[in-house]
Each structure stands twice: as C-alpha cells, then as structure tokens.
Design a protein around this ligand. Structure first.
Ligand code: TRP
Length: 475
C-alpha cells in the first residue's frame, strides 16, 4: 500500500518537474517525448471526460451531440490547441505574459489575463466535483456501496452534495492537495510511474465498458449512444458540444501556452496536439460506453444532470460483480482513486497557470503565488459547493453559483478565448514564426501546414462566431 501511495504521489508530481527548473530561472523542458504527451494529456483527461461529457451528452440527446462534439474537437479543439502550443513555445512565458512578449504594447495582453482568470474560475468549481471523488473513494474503501439499489445511490448522492459542510471540506482538501504538489515541485522517476497510471485507468475503463454493455437492458443505452436523432440538434447542442470540446481538451485559456513554454525545441507540436486530442476523445467516448448502457440498465435517466456518473457507476460495480463482492470492492476503490488522480493532474494544470503568472509577473515566490491562488479558490469553491445545498435559494440568471461558473467558463470564456487565440496565430503572428514553430525550424515535413493555417485564419473563428450567433437566436 505504501508503495502504491508513493507511486501515486510521484505520478502527480511529474507534471511539475519543470517548476524546479523555473526556480533556477531557466526554462528547461519536459525531459522526454512521453513526458510531454503525458503532461498535456494529464491536463486534458479528467472529470471533463468522465463526469462532464456523459452528462452533457445525456442532456443533449446522446449520439447526435457526440457527432457534433467530434466535429468540434477536430475542427476547433485540436487546431486551437496547436495555436496555444505555438504561442507558448515561442514566447517561453506563462499565459499571462506570453501575449505581452509576442505582441508588446497591444491589447492582446488581455487575452492572457482573461485566461488566468478563467483558470481560477474553473479550478474553483472543478475542485468541488473533484472533492466528490474523494468522498466516493471513502465510500468505496468502507464498502458502503454493497447491497444498495439505484434509488439508494440517488438518495445518498443528493444528501451528500447538498450537505452543509462535508463537500466543502473535501473540495478544500483537494485544493490543498493540488497546492502541496504545485509548491513542492518535483522528484525524479515520475514519468515511469505515469506510464503505469494512465494505461491502468484506461484498461479499467475498458473492462467497465464491457461489464456495462453486458448488463441486461443495456441495449437501449447503446442505441442512445450510437443512433443519432438529428431532430434533437438545436443551437444548444452546438454550444454545448463546442464548450465540452474546449473544456475537455483544456483549450481556450492558455494551459497549453504555459505547458508549451516548457516544451523542448525538438518536440513535434502537431503530433503532440493530435495525440493528446485522440487520447482525450477516446477516454470520453469510453466513458459514454460505460455510463449510458449502465444508466439504461438500472433505470437512471440519461439527462439526470451532474450526478449521472456518481449515481450510475456504483450500480455497475454492484450489478456486474455482485456475485464476487471482492471484485466489486476492488474495482470501485481503484476506479475512484484513478478518477481522483485524473482530476488532480487537471487541477494542477489549472493552478499552474495562475501561480506561474503571479510568480513571473509580480516576482512573488512560487510558494506565495500558490498561496494566493489557493486562498481565492478555497473561498470560491466553498461558495460553489454551498450553492448546491444551503444556498440553493440564491440564483443568478436562474443558475446556482456552481452552474453559473460551469456555464460561463465552458460555454462563454473558453470559446471566446479560443476565438482570439486562433485569430492571434492565424492573423497577427508572423507566418515565418508559425511555420518555424510547427516545423521545428524547417526540420520537419508538415504537409498539413496550409490546412492548419486555413483553419486558424478562417474556419475556427467563423465556426465559433456562428455557434454564438446561432445560440443568441440571430441566425
Ligand atoms: N480538461 C480537463 C478535464 O477534462 C479540465 C481542465 C484542466 C481544463 N485544465 C483546463 C478545462 C483548462 C479548461 C481549461 O477534466
């Protein structure tokens, strides 16, 4: 067990070995090719794939949403991810300063600053859900799922998330965990353990998908997942799918600008963006194959909202392995542990953006900078968490604070950020710079170069604008 905990610890740390370098005032990069992909994939893969994707897909009718989502990933998400990496590696600066460096004295700097703010807002409500995973690890470890039915899981989820202080405590614990890792910096040997963690999560999910699909009554879930009903496609579906694509890929606020600034000059940016996009999408689709068959099998509505995964999954463990309680126990403990870890690598990336900005811009020590970020997020996270329980009566535009943060960040701030990031690389940056970054100074052949520039110049900004205009009902 100790070895396991140690491994987990190292896994979480590997993202941050760059920070030690930063303390030494040099911006050395991730040490290996795999490190680069894993750090970026670690940021991308998280609650967005396993918690948010299924409930957004469920709210928007399933298969048709997923198709639109895939379109958004390919046409908007991956190209903008690439644009962020170009900005980051070129500027060798954090998100808040990168625009300042590449476009001194222009208003572009506001895009970077907006990114830092967006990161803080996301981190605040994200850590609430991340806190829920800690509660569920506790429940799994104490074997509290055993013998419960679907209704019991709904009841206990609602009781927990609306509790006055319990979820707040877990959110704070999660933020402190993130804080601790950000401040401590890193050790060696981390990449090796991350090579184990990510594939383990993936294999476990594959296994759960097989179990879920073979539950009696799962067929309706597969139909929901695979058979598009285009009559359900409206402007909300487009906005939701676009927001989900940005959110899930960690694109639109500059996480990948900050990470790109740590990349080596030999790293193939295009390949990295594509691999990360594929890994992220695969995990999201896989979680669809777990959640929907299982939800239909146990009679949980696919549009039951943000509790979907937390209500559905414990059922899968109970029903699929009911005859072998040891397996049910082991799998549930492992799953929530890995989910929490996936969330942790994402919160680290969010925290890193604000911390490195305060550190590099205002000369605070990393520790000080991190304390500020954590303190602000603790207050906001407590507000978000309580807005689901004791504060339910207080709404803004009809939304609780939690839902407001989710809506404003995923469906407004990230796409707007993505819009300007693609304009910046497509129009403002000198094309020689863009070409040099994408081809590593001409050493890589890049047949898709023109396509990428075309997307960043026209397709992505116009696509995002159309989806907004459409949502406002003007189209
Ligand atoms: N992409 C992560 C997830 O799917 C969440 C996340 C991390 C994120 N960093 C981000 C979302 C930056 C938007 C922007 O769970």
């Amino acid at each position: 067990m100790r070895a396991k905990v140690k491994r987990i610890f190292y896994f979480c740390m590997f993202l941050n070995h760059n920070q030690l370098d930063m303390e030494k005032k040099e911006r050395a990069g991730f040490s290996s090719k795999l490190g680069v992909i894993l750090a970026s994939a670690g940021s991308a893969v998280g609650l967005g794939n396993i918690w948010r994707f299924p409930y957004e897909a469920g709210n928007h009718g399933g298969a048709a949403f997923i198709l639109v989502y895939l379109g958004c990933v390919l046409a908007l998400g991956i190209p903008i991810m690439l644009a962020e990496l170009v900005i980051g590696r070129r500027a060798r600066a954090n998100t808040g300063n990168a625009f300042q460096k590449l476009a001194p004295g222009t208003p572009w700097k506001w895009i970077g600053l907006a990114g830092v703010l967006t990161g803080i807002l996301i981190l605040s409500y994200y850590s609430v859900v991340a806190g829920w995973t800690l509660e569920y690890i506790g429940e799994a470890v104490t074997n509290s799922f055993a013998g419960k039915q679907a209704e019991d899981f709904i009841g206990s989820f609602n009781a927990f998330t609306t509790h006055s202080w319990r979820p707040v405590v877990w959110a704070v614990v999660f933020l402190l965990l993130t804080h601790f890792i950000i401040v401590r910096g890193v050790e060696k040997g981390i990449e090796r353990s991350s090579k184990i963690m990510m594939p383990t999560l993936f294999l476990l999910m594959l296994l759960l998908a097989v179990c879920a699909v073979s539950l009696p009554g799962a067929g309706a879930g597969l139909t929901f997942l695979l058979k598009p009903d285009f009559s359900k496609v409206n402007s909300d579906v487009f906005l939701g799918a676009m927001g989900q694509a940005f959110f899930s890929l960690s694109v639109g606020m500059g996480v990948l600008i900050t990470y790109g600034s740590y990349f080596k000059k030999e790293t193939n940016l295009t390949k990295t963006a594509f691999s990360v996009g594929m890994i992220d999408t695969l995990v999201a689709i896989l979680s669809g194959f777990i959640i929907f068959p299982a939800a239909f099998a146990v009679g949980v509505q696919p549009d039951s909202g943000s509790g979907l995964v937390f209500i559905t999954l414990p059922n899968v463990f109970q029903q699929a392995f009911g005859d072998v309680p040891v397996l049910a126990y082991l799998f549930s403990v492992m799953f929530y542990l890995l989910l929490a870890l996936a969330a942790l690598t994402s919160t680290i990336s969010l925290h890193e953006v604000a911390t490195s900005y305060l550190h590099e811009r205002y000369g605070l020590t990393r520790k000080r900078a991190a304390v500020w970020v954590t303190a602000v997020c603790v207050v906001l996270a407590a507000g978000c968490s309580m807005s689901l329980g004791v504060g339910r009566g207080y709404t803004i535009f009809g939304l609780t604070l939690f839902d407001l943060f989710d809506y404003v960040t995923a469906k407004v701030l990230l796409p707007v950020g993505g819009f300007f990031i693609s304009l910046f690389v497509g129009w403002y940056l000198d094309k020689r710079v863009v070409r040099a970054e994408l081809t590593n100074d001409g050493t890589l052949r890049l047949p898709v170069y023109r396509l990428i520039v075309f997307i960043l110049k026209y397709l992505a900004p116009l696509g995002i604008a159309c989806i907004f205009v459409n949502e406002l009902g003007l189209l």
